[in-house]
Ligand binder design. Structure first.
Ligand code: HEC
Length: 289
């Protein structure tokens, strides 16, 4: 009797679940959730086309050097890059002497301690130092940026979907919110317009961010001779490539090792096939197994 009761109860629960699932699916199809403004206005990153893309891609050293210049003259005022040391810049094609000059001339000094008094001081950087942060701590970083701390950029191209494409799109993606229309011709709803301390950018996930457009005008950075024109797009592309390098300076070695392994496996597979053929050659055609 108990068994029959339990069975009936189970049947009842199963039927209930099935009916609610069916009803739920029906309402989901007939009355879909309205899309949020973030869904309607957020854009996927653009693809400016970087030299390092693909299995054979390589960094363009001249571009990385320009990107370092943009980082140094614009972004370093707010963003740290604390996993990179000055001597890593030898990977951008600078000699140890040039790296030393870059380190000593860096605008922000490295925090240290006076060996005699123990007082906190700052001193000129040396090649072995990591790049110094613009703010002494996170509280100071927040205080200076309307309570949004600028993130460290060492791994930003790994941390965001789209990587260097995303950084490029963000830097070139600021738009005027009052006249902006999305692909469907819709104006930005009033609730999603930027506040006093935020700025509209459809490439940013929630559409408004605390960073004002850092690259605002062509020629903001002066490039050396023979370099392309420092348009906003060019500067954005160069600094995005530089940040991609910063997040994985050894990417080229990894790709090269991968290719060498693939080549080895290919040759090895060929050899295996040939030896298989030669081992079994005398069995074939002789008629016996
Ligand atoms: C005036 C200070 C300032 C400058 C200069 C600046 N940034 Fe920012 N940046 C910020 C702040 C503040 C945020 C945090 C924004 C937020 O979360 O709303 C930010 C966020 C970012 C983000 C992360 C966005 C995300 O998805 O979370 C990237 C990438 C970035 N900045 C790149 C740069 C680059 C590259 C430069 C130099 C060309 C630069 N920034 C210059 C203040 C600055």
């Amino acid at each position: 009797m108990i068994r029959i009761g339990a069975f009936a109860f189970g049947l009842f629960i199963t039927a209930w679940l099935l009916i609610s699932a069916a009803m739920g699916s029906y309402t989901m199809v007939t009355e879909p959730e309205p899309a949020t403004a973030e869904e309607e206005f957020h854009l996927h990153p653009k693809h400016p086309g970087f030299s390092f893309e693909g299995p054979l891609g390589r960094f363009d050293q001249a571009q990385l050097q320009r990107g370092l210049q943009v980082y140094k003259e614009v972004c370093a005022a707010c963003h740290s890059l604390n996993r990179v040391a000055f001597r890593d810049f030898e990977g951008l094609g600078y000699t140890p002497g040039q790296v030393k000059t870059i380190a000593t001339e860096w605008l922000i000094e490295t925090p240290d301690v006076n060996p005699e008094t123990g007082e906190a001081i700052t001193r000129k950087s040396i090649a072995a130092d990591k790049l110094p942060s613009p703010y002494p701590n996170e509280v100071a970083a927040r205080a200076a940026n309307n309570n949004s701390a600028p993130p460290d950029l060492s791994l930003i191209t790994k941390a965001r979907h789209g990587g260097a494409d995303y950084v490029y799109s963000l830097l070139t993606g600021y738009r005027e919110p009052l006249t902006y229309r999305n692909e469907d011709g819709k104006m930005l709803p009033e609730d999603n317009r930027p506040g006093d301390t935020t700025h509209f950018n459809p490439y940013f996930a929630n559409l408004n961010l605390a960073m004002p457009a850092p690259l605002a005008a062509d020629g903001q950075v002066t490039y050396g001779e023979g370099a392309p024109q420092p348009t906003v797009k060019q500067m954005a592309k160069d600094v995005s490539a530089f940040l991609e390098w910063a997040s994985e300076p050894k990417a080229e070695n990894r790709k090269r090792a991968g290719l060498a392994v693939m080549l080895f496996l290919l040759i090895f597979a060929g050899l295996c096939w040939l030896s298989y053929k030669s081992i079994w050659a005398h069995k074939k055609g002789s008629g016996n197994a």
